[in-house]
Ligand binder design. Structure first.
Ligand code: BGC
Ligand code: BGC
Length: 635
């Protein structure tokens, strides 16, 4: 029984006993003993609609309790004691945020401790726990890591993406988490942006379709009588349209910058995927760090209220991004907070200083800068989400830990990898490769789970190395070839070593957000050098590129007989090998236009071939035949 309900029963029984005392004849029992007789308060009645329950509960809260509910605090900045003291509404894992014991049991234990602290508040309102499961439950060791969204965009497969959403929801629930900060609905127009890989592609329609499919899988995982997960469409709005050089955040160049184009571009390109997501019914939206018409979106009431609520009719909760409110008027926290809440932010990803947030909010409310009705509206939405995911019935979801990194999920991820592969160049007769052939493999990325997974994997930026369980490309290859391939990460083999086939895996090092903004849009010389070293030793050269985005292609492309774009595949490298050996056909096509040079970037692409080396939709089958769109001829 939830603690709040238990408290209510005790209170009701005691009250009934007192009330009846003076008139009760000693013979008949007058104390109501069943829930039915006690008339359960609306908010505790699981049969009432979530919104009604939320409205009822909001009516019982003091202003301090309301403000506490609006605080979303980062895991490392909150203690169970603070949760009780401030009545905090939610806790989140930032990139890499996890309990010391990073196992499903460790997560459940941590969240249970937070929920116990929350149940010790006056009304025992549970917290909601959120994390960025943007390609599977990336903060959890041993989770299934799916291809980043750009690779899923290449599959174009809604059913597959829906299944991935569902698998992700199950792995989240197995750790007690009910809120995912995904999917990203950005439409990246300049691949120099470090978040390009978080997006499904640069076609608003594709982004909308796959985003909706993901939400269906994530949110509709109907476990009878148990908890659910809500998703977050992010970052509203214009995050993918920022202009190179406009960022004012630290060293960032384009991430968090100013969105270009007029209002029709904003609507037709960046807003469009949200319409699809809202038709599906996503539970939350996250505001964008970027600016629109010089002002930060976090303080833009036109976008966050008039457009989001009025025009698009979004009824869920609107969460701010990591310290995003602080950026509205730098150095003026109260003014920024007032602006953001009055613009429509409901839940504040503070993320560090709960005390400062609560005090500043209280001052702003007392001074009449933020109205109590706006606060009640915000908290109604937060509580509605908590009721929707079932936290009042069960504060810590229960799903068997066996789903985490399960065979079924890994094979789904492997299939997604195979479907995400895009072949950009294919000399006849190379694919599929003959498993009897001798093979030389080169490149750090050939044997590295961290590199193939990219950012948002066990840490915010991601990192190379054996960071979690999975199968590297080399391991997968060795499992299917007649003779074990010879491998050297730098492509340096003894003199005289030659082979039928060379596989050079070239890569971007993992990165996330603006840290990955790339001025040159090329791989490192160190990574590219393996292509030159391998070429003279092999009859046929296959180049596999691990990158979160299109790059400007040079001799690595010209020297290759086959060039494979593998995106950031995640933990299941075997999906790449399935395509190489032909047990899975090549079906992926580019979800984003591939630029030919720097001057093409950031320019509108009206026709498929405008400013593109390969248009969106381009891709070859194993035999080199075009799958859909033909290449853009130079000139
Ligand atoms: C990112 C969000 C993310 C949040 C929490 C921010 O820096 O922009 O996408 O959900 O951090 O990790
Ligand atoms: C967190 C990320 C967050 C970033 C913003 C990192 O420390 O892990 O989640 O997006 O800070 O600067």
């Amino acid at each position: 029984m939830p603690r709040a309900l238990a408290a209510f029963l005790v209170l009701a029984v005691a009250t009934a006993a007192c009330d009846s005392a003076p008139v009760a004849p000693s013979t008949s029992p007058t104390v109501a003993t069943t829930i039915e007789e006690l008339a359960l308060p609306t908010y505790l009645d699981p049969n009432r609609p979530p919104m009604d329950r939320a409205r009822d509960l909001v009516g019982l809260l003091t202003i301090d309790e309301l403000i506490g509910q609006m605080a979303l605090i980062e895991l490392g900045s909150i203690s169970p004691g603070d949760i009780t003291a401030f009545g905090v509404g939610g806790v989140l894992s930032g990139g890499g945020g996890a309990p010391l014991n990073n196992t499903p049991a460790g997560w459940v234990e941590m969240i249970t401790e937070f929920q116990d602290a929350a149940s010790a508040t006056r009304l025992g309102i549970p917290i909601i726990y959120g994390t960025d499961a943007v390609h599977g439950h990336g903060n959890l060791a041993g989770a299934t890591i799916f291809p980043h969204n750009i690779g899923l965009g290449a599959t174009g497969n809604e059913d597959l993406v829906e299944e991935i959403g569902q698998a992700t929801a199950l792995e989240l629930l197995a750790t007690g988490v009910s809120w995912n900060f995904g999917p990203v609905l950005a439409v990246p127009l300049d691949p120099r942006w470090g978040r390009t890989y978080e997006a499904f592609g640069d076609d608003p329609d594709l982004v909308g379709r796959l985003g909706s499919a993901y939400i269906r899988g994530l949110e509709m995982t109907g476990l009878a009588g148990a908890n659910r997960v809500i998703g977050t469409a992010k970052h509203f709005v214009g995050d993918g349209g920022t202009v190179w050089g406009t960022s004012t955040s630290g060293d960032y160049r384009i991430d968090q910058g100013l969105t270009g184009g007029d209002e029709s571009v904003l609507r037709q390109v960046h807003l469009a995927p949200y319409r699809a997501a809202f038709d599906t019914g996503v539970g939350s939206v996250m505001a964008s760090f970027s600016s629109w018409r010089q002002g930060k979106v976090h303080g833009d009431g036109f976008l966050l209220t008039r457009v989001l609520r009025g025009e698009l009719g979004f009824g869920g909760l609107l969460v701010s991004d990591w310290g995003g409110i602080d950026q509205i008027f730098p150095g003026e926290y109260r003014r920024s907070l007032t602006q953001a809440i009055n613009s429509g932010i409901d839940f504040v990803m503070v993320p560090y200083d709960v005390d400062l947030f609560v005090t500043t909010m209280r001052d702003a409310v007392e001074a009449g800068e933020i109205g109590e009705s706006r606060i009640r509206e915000a908290v109604t939405r937060i509580l509605t989400a908590k009721f929707e995911v079932g936290l009042f019935e069960r504060a810590v979801p229960v799903v068997d830990a066996g789903v985490v990194g399960s065979e079924a999920h890994r094979s789904l991820a492997r299939r997604a990898v195979a479907e995400s592969i895009v072949v950009l160049k294919a000399a006849e007769g190379v694919l599929p490769i003959d498993r009897q052939d001798s093979i030389l493999v080169a490149g750090l990325g050939a044997d590295d789970i961290g590199i193939q997974s990219g950012g948002w994997t066990l840490s915010w930026q991601g990192r190379r190395g054996d960071i979690t369980e999975g199968t590297t490309i080399l391991e997968a290859l060795a499992a299917v070839t007649a003779q074990p391939p010879l491998y050297n990460s730098a492509g340096r083999f003894d003199s005289g070593v030659v082979a039928d086939i060379g596989i050079a895996v070239i890569h971007e090092m993992p990165y996330a957000e603006g840290v990955g903004d790339s001025e040159s849009l090329t791989l490192s010389e160190e990574s590219l050098a393996v292509v030159d070293r391998l070429r003279p030793r092999v009859d046929t050269l296959i180049v596999i590129q691990i990158s979160g985005r299109p790059t400007l292609l040079g001799s690595e492309f010209d020297e290759a007989d086959v060039f494979v774009q593998a995106w950031l595949p995640g933990t299941e490298g075997a999906g790449i090998v399935d395509v190489l050996i032909g047990t899975h056909p090549v079906t992926g096509v580019l979800p984003i236009a591939w630029p030919s040079n720097l001057s093409d970037l950031g320019l509108a692409r009206v026709q498929p071939c405008d400013h593109a080396r390969f248009p969106r939709g381009y891709g070859l089958a194993a035999d080199g035949e075009s799958l859909a769109v033909t290449a853009c001829l130079p000139g």
